[in-house]
Write a protein that binds this ligand. Structure first.
Ligand code: TRH
Length: 384
């Protein structure tokens, strides 16, 4: 296809399978394409309620709305006859475009560039599949894989957030945490700050019990969500000191409503260590340049086990054996069970090296270029 001479129109289709990662990734991409490349972007989302959880400005009842220059449309079952297919169509996470939209793509004089933005994996096969076309109904659909090496599409990293992270000082971090958790901070102003975002980790309760009895004072910052129910605060020895603040021994917990996506980034930049999950928060923790523990999205066929190991091979490649073993142990225990108390204690002993490593890794990740820029380059290479 050839561009008509005007700015190309992009359409991103997002089906929310569960939680917030699907819309989290699609929103970031849509915003970056609009702001950094000045494309006209329409984001089609089937679940605006989930979107509104990470961007409060979203009206879950509106069929069309605009946010930061992106046109957001509710993806209902059928497309009206006057709808025209975009120049570039992104199907996020193999969400299957509706056949009525594919028909419109086929009706165009010049075929659109059609891509499937895949899930993130560090497995070796990804490099071989990245960028491959697949013929579908007379059109080509390209597979675009995020990843951790130069032979993949890289990871999403918006200039706006990169610059803000660069300028984020220790004073900014202190101020942010104090505003977010004023009472919790009073209890433990010098504690290790740890954010917690996870599913239902098997070792959560023993780990919390270990934090209460530990030598290291810890301030655990928890945005409301699935992990909270699993924490079962009523059955721990913690006493409630104020609304959303619990304390016992070396542990203080602050609980607060989910943050907007940009503020959640700031939380990750501000804490000493972050527990993250899924795909998007996992990447954001890496871009924060802080040590993290990943709760991988569990899959029925146990495919997540290989994905976790593949990532750790990359992430830990340049570290000494003892540090590698400390991180590997904590990640395995968090995901598959084991002695969380001891794994945590060992991990803490390596904090200084892990701080340095987190920053080195962030730079390495960004050296492959960011995903949106790589995507635009790929699309341009297909325009004849
Ligand atoms: O929410 P997740 O578990 O999402 C996903 C989806 O479930 C998806 O179907 C699955 O395939 C994928 O995981 C692997 O985790 P994730 O990817 O980290 O997305 C969370 C999003 O929520 C991310 O964009 C950050 C955002 N967020 C906020 O905006 N505010 C918050 O307070 C928190 C905790 C998260």
């Amino acid at each position: 296809m050839a561009w008509s001479g005007l700015m190309p129109q992009w359409a991103i289709f997002c089906r929310v399978v569960d939680n917030f990662g699907d819309i989290g990734v699609c929103w970031r991409l849509a915003r970056q394409l609009t702001q950094e490349f000045t494309f006209e972007v329409t984001l089609w989302v089937d679940d605006l309620v989930s979107f509104a959880k990470i961007r409060a400005e979203i009206d879950p009842t509106a069929s069309t709305q605009s946010l930061e220059g992106v046109t957001v449309r509710h993806w209902a079952a059928h497309f009206s006859d006057d709808e025209v297919a975009a120049d570039v169509v992104i199907e996020a996470f193999a969400c299957d475009l509706p056949s009525s939209y594919i028909e419109k793509m086929k009706q165009r004089l010049s075929s659109p560039i059609w891509l499937n933005l895949e899930y993130l994996s560090a497995e070796e096969w990804v490099e071989g599949c990245h960028g491959l076309p697949s013929p579908v109904q007379g059109l080509n659909k390209y597979f675009f894989f995020p990843g951790f090496t130069a032979h993949t599409g890289g990871v999403l990293s918006e200039a706006q957030q990169r610059d803000a992270r660069q300028g984020w000082s220790t004073a900014n971090a202190q101020q942010f945490l104090t505003q977010l958790c004023p009472i919790g901070r009073q209890f433990c102003p010098n504690a290790l700050t740890v954010s917690l975002f996870a599913y239902e980790p098997i070792e959560l309760k023993p780990w919390l019990a270990g934090l209460i009895d530990g030598d290291q004072s810890v301030h655990l910052l928890v945005p409301q969500g699935r992990v909270l129910a699993e924490m079962d605060l009523a059955n721990l020895s913690l006493r409630q000191c104020a609304e959303g603040v619990y304390q016992d021994g070396a542990l203080t917990i602050s609980i607060f409503p989910m943050l907007s996506q940009d503020r959640y980034d700031q939380l990750l930049w501000s804490c000493d260590l972050n527990f993250v999950r899924g795909e998007d928060s996992f990447i954001r923790a890496q871009l924060a340049g802080k040590p993290f523990i990943w709760h991988i999205y569990p899959q029925d066929d146990d495919a997540h086990r290989d994905k976790l190991d593949a990532f750790l091979l990359h992430y830990l490649a340049d570290l000494p054996e003892e540090t590698t073993s400390a991180v590997n142990q904590m990640m395995q225990v968090w995901n598959h069970g084991g002695d969380a108390g001891s794994a945590w204690q060992i991990l803490l002993r390596h904090r200084a090296e892990l701080d340095i490593h987190a920053d080195v890794w962030r730079k390495k990740l960004l050296s492959h270029g960011d995903l949106a820029t790589n995507l635009v380059r790929f699309v341009n290479s297909k325009v004849k």
